[in-house]
Write a protein that binds this ligand. Structure first.
Ligand code: FES
Length: 282
């Protein structure tokens, strides 16, 4: 057995012999993720303006659930599936002591948990926020590396969050369908429909390309050909592998689009933008 050779390494936070702009990536990521987390937290506390839906108008009062638009039903993905706490016939079966929560608070733990434990995001935010490591061959502020132990064992929950993320895909697809059903029973689609549809496509690419999903469909297989099911699993595994090679892009673009879809709906409910009906409708 050869002995491990320690490469020379400069000491001191950020010290390195690298001459490239190694700090650009982690800095950009810290800004990007910081904005996304801040925005989703801000929206997560809101109890209004997440649904372009004519049955609930601003006249509903302080706790307005949506705003009148053009009869389309475009629900923000940050609030789907919609769980309304509270009374007045609007609320779901939520105990009264939880009525202070916004609809988003009931569900955001699942997408947030999925992304927070994602293998790609771990690398991104370990570097961007915790300098663990700062970058390859760049000295970090602390020497200890304990790996994902102790509290970080929670990262092992990723595969379970993945099941929840899979369940979201049909729910969000249903929201796309719902957005084509206008008040009064007519059908059509608006820009909001396209925004929601692209959101489903990006989230599907991100979820199906997940390392845990890839393992789920192909991890235990030694046989790809002996039956129709084996061949189907191989196709699914191959597709997941294909998406997985661009998992970073799926992760970043889908995150941006979820936030943009929510902002689009927020901007429409505030009257800044109009959800233009492209076909059909009222
Ligand atoms: S590894 Fe990124 S979503 Fe599973």
């Amino acid at each position: 057995m050869g002995e491990a050779v320690k490469l020379p390494m400069r000491r001191g936070f950020g010290a390195t012999d690298r001459i490239d702009a190694w700090w650009k990536g982690p800095t950009a990521m810290a800004i990007y993720l910081g904005i996304m987390v801040a925005y989703s937290t801000w929206r997560g506390f809101m109890e209004a303006d997440f649904w372009i839906f004519s049955e609930f108008g601003r006249s509903a009062g302080v706790q307005t659930m949506a705003i009148e638009n053009q009869g389309s039903h475009v629900l923000s993905p940050l609030f789907s599936p919609l769980i309304l706490p509270g009374g007045d016939g609007l609320g779901g079966p939520i105990p009264e002591f939880l009525w202070w929560m916004s609809p988003a608070m009931f569900i955001l733990i699942f997408p947030a948990g999925f992304r927070g434990t994602c293998y790609y995001y771990r690398k991104a935010y370990y570097r961007a926020f915790f300098q663990q490591p700062t970058a390859c061959a760049v000295s970090k502020p602390w020497n200890e590396y304990k790996g994902e132990t102790k509290l970080l064992l929670v990262q092992n929950l990723h595969r379970y969050f993945m099941y929840a993320a899979l369940a979201y895909l049909p729910i969000l697809s249903y929201d796309v369908l719902l957005s084509t059903h206008f008040e009064g029973g007519s059908w059509g689609f608006s820009v909001g429909t396209l925004v929601l549809a692209l959101n489903v496509i990006l989230l599907t690419g991100y979820t199906i390309g997940c390392h845990a999903f890839r393992h789920l469909v192909g991890g235990g297989s030694n046989d790809w050909t002996s039956s129709g099911l084996a061949r189907f699993k191989y196709k699914l595994w191959s597709f997941s592998t294909y998406l997985n090679t661009h998992h970073k892009e799926w992760a970043l673009y889908s995150l941006f689009w979820v936030m943009f879809a929510d902002f689009y709906i927020y901007a429409c409910t505030m009257g800044w933008w109009t959800d233009i009906v492209l076909w059909g409708g009222l």
